[in-house]
Design a protein around this ligand. Structure first.
Ligand code: AGP
Length: 611
């Protein structure tokens, strides 16, 4: 996601835009830029945060009463000056900023290249702008008309703001799938991805709807649909303060990011998974599909939560591709002298793409001839650059130190890779492949369903917030989920917690069990379920307090557990993306109940770029 800002009115646009961009940096901070008209179109943009842009254009002519600004979270084209927004059209007269993904941009670009267009960036946005200009020039129509015609051919998500040097009194905007707020002032209008840029100027806002085009002048706001029919702007009153808006109305970024997961998992699957057609499209992986299929082994290399994603992937890859998988802590893998054979495939998993141990581990492996695939969230990050190929998780900026939405996005990407390779290799039949595609497609809806139990989970959190120790138990695909649950609790509430394979309890840890010990079972219906329930009975017999994450059809566990959290059924391969949600919420609510800063836990950093 990116942040967009716009202004038109009697004030100087630049201060309003630059401040608005700073307030929206939580939406992305790879690169920033602004466009002003005074009287010609001026564009200033660069890689880096808003403050870097600000110092880079000190002394430049930034006067003007109309302007747009953008802070980027890269999806197409790595972070760089040339890929920063705003983009300028071939004629040099139009400028655009965009938040979203134009899924059919490659086809549009091919058409424009044939017409002699040249491009200065790798972005889908520049393609859209020149497509709009091509229409405007060919049909000699207004900018707003050209935008409407162009958007009828565009698939994907967008919010766009455009300036036309020949019409310095108008901003044209449109949205589908990405947010756009217009602040209504007296003889002036403000635009933003959220309301933060306009808070001190107006509390009256219009939330633009999908498929609407806005034509904004200082003293006039016109809304139309793509069929050129006037729409009535619905003005609402803002009642949130700045801090609350940046967090989308949630108390913390961590909670916001937990609740974003139906959307972020959908964004991760979008354009790749087509359950109806039975296809998985991953260009980055396709190039190496043969090497992966023929690999003797795959090594997952990561740290922390990403390492847990690798552990889930071990079960998934071995089940679906029958390729031997090892999961390595990057910090261990880089320092011992691991055996790396040419053709080994290393999958580096990282939200930040900057974790030092993971980065060096894959550099070492690459030097020994391994193929490196990156499953990374931050586009253009160091790990993404070192990787030979890979797939971005498209989870958007993860601000909370505790990784939540990045984890489920990693699982979605890794599951798609395993399904793609397994099916192409023939190690899973078409029926199972299609069924799992349907199951994967249904995950956003099932995650949304689990999130509805947040009040119940909050009650459970209140009950156990004073525990001194906790055990998290699971088997098979849910064993790594138990580990992840324990890590979340540790890093957010500072309670000592340990994840363990449920069957391992009898080899020592069961000595810990007593009345004051909460034991969280991740016990969704799968091929291990009966065994997990027996483990629950062992804990019950020793008076341990049991919190069980189970499916509704499970009649037995509720007779053993002190507290139950229900999650929708799913194939065991898919279940971790769903059963982890209560783990995240439990840790969050316990941390909040204990009064801790859950977004910035003590001793932790969002990205561990040191060894
Ligand atoms: C997880 O909640 C932690 N913040 C931490 O374990 C994190 O997963 C680990 O540092 C790896 O970071 P990365 O995914 O950015 O490489």
């Amino acid at each position: 996601m990116c942040g967009i800002v716009g202004y038109i009115g009697p004030r100087q646009a630049y201060p309003i835009i630059i401040t608005g961009l700073k307030r929206q940096e939580y939406r992305g901070y790879d690169s920033t830029g602004i466009a002003l008209i005074n009287p010609t179109l001026k564009v200033y943009k660069k890689k880096g945060k808003v403050a870097e842009l600000e110092s880079a254009i000190l002394g430049e002519d930034v006067k003007g009463n109309i302007g747009i600004g953008h802070t980027r979270w890269a999806t197409h084209g790595e972070p760089s000056d040339r890929n920063a927004h705003p983009h300028v059209s071939a004629s040099g007269k139009l400028a655009i900023i965009h938040n979203g993904i134009i899924e059919n941009y490659a086809q549009l670009k091919t058409e424009l290249l044939k017409k002699g267009y040249q491009f200065n960036s790798d972005t889908d946005t520049e393609v859209l702008l020149n497509f709009i200009e091509e229409i405007k020039n060919n049909t000699n129509c207004s900018l707003e008309e050209a935008v409407r015609i162009a958007l009828k051919r565009v698939s994907g998500a967008y919010v766009i703001l455009l300036l036309d040097q020949d019409h310095p009194d108008t901003i044209v905007a449109a949205r589908k799938g990405s947010p756009l707020v217009i602040g209504i002032g007296k003889g002036e209008h403000f635009l933003g991805s959220d309301a933060t840029p306009m808070l001190e100027y107006t509390k009256e806002v219009v939330y633009v709807n999908d498929y609407e085009v806005a034509i904004i002048k200082a003293d006039e706001l016109i809304l139309k649909n793509l069929g050129n029919e006037r729409q009535t702007p619905y003005i609402t009153k803002l009642d949130m303060e700045l801090a609350a808006i940046e967090k989308g109305g949630y108390d913390h970024f961590m909670l916001k990011e937990i609740f974003e997961q139906p959307q972020t998992i959908y964004d991760c699957l979008r354009g790749r998974l087509d359950a109806e057609a039975g296809t998985i499209t991953m260009s980055g992986i396709q190039k190496y599909a043969d090497q992966i299929k023929n690999a003797n082994r795959i090594v997952m290399v990561a740290c922390g939560t990403s390492w847990h994603a690798g552990l889930v992937a071990e079960y998934i890859f071995e089940e679906l591709t029958r390729i031997s998988v090892e999961v390595e802590y990057a910090s261990e893998f880089r320092y011992r002298n691991p055996v790396i054979n040419k053709g080994d495939v290393i999958i580096a998993i990282s939200q930040s793409g900057e974790t030092a141990d993971t980065l060096v581990a894959i550099e070492n492996a690459k030097a020994k001839g391994a193929i490196i695939l990156g499953v990374v969230n931050v586009v253009g990050s160091s790990i993404a650059r070192v990787s030979d190929a890979g797939a971005y998780t498209h989870a958007g900026p993860e601000i909370g130190v505790a990784s939540t939405k990045a984890f489920t996005a990693q699982l979605a990407v890794l599951t798609m890779i395993a399904l793609k390779i397994g099916y192409e290799k023939g190690t899973i039949d078409r029926d199972r492949y299609l069924r799992l595609l349907q199951e994967l497609d249904a995950v956003p809806g099932k995650v949304a369903e689990v999130l509805q139990s947040h009040e119940r989970i909050k009650e459970i959190a209140e009950k156990y917030k004073d525990a001194k120790d906790c055990l998290y138990l699971g088997r098979g695909y849910n064993f790594p989920v138990a580990l992840e649950g324990a890590l979340k609790l540790k890093e957010i509430s500072y309670i000592h917690a340990e994840g363990y394979p449920a069957a391992e309890m009898k080899h020592g840890p069961i000595a810990l069990v007593e009345e004051t010990l909460p034991v969280i079972f991740v016990a969704t219906k799968d091929s291990y379920h009966e065994k997990v329930v027996s483990n629950m009975q062992e804990i019950k017999a020793r008076k341990g307090k049991i919190i069980a994450v189970i499916n509704e059809s499970d009649q037995l566990s509720p007779t053993l557990a002190n507290d139950v959290i229900l999650v929708p059924e799913a194939d065991e391969i898919i279940a971790p993306m769903i059963s982890v949600i209560p783990m995240q919420l439990l840790a969050y609510y316990i941390g909040v109940a204990k009064g801790y800063d859950v977004d910035k836990p003590r001793n932790l950093a969002k990205s561990v770029t040191v060894e």
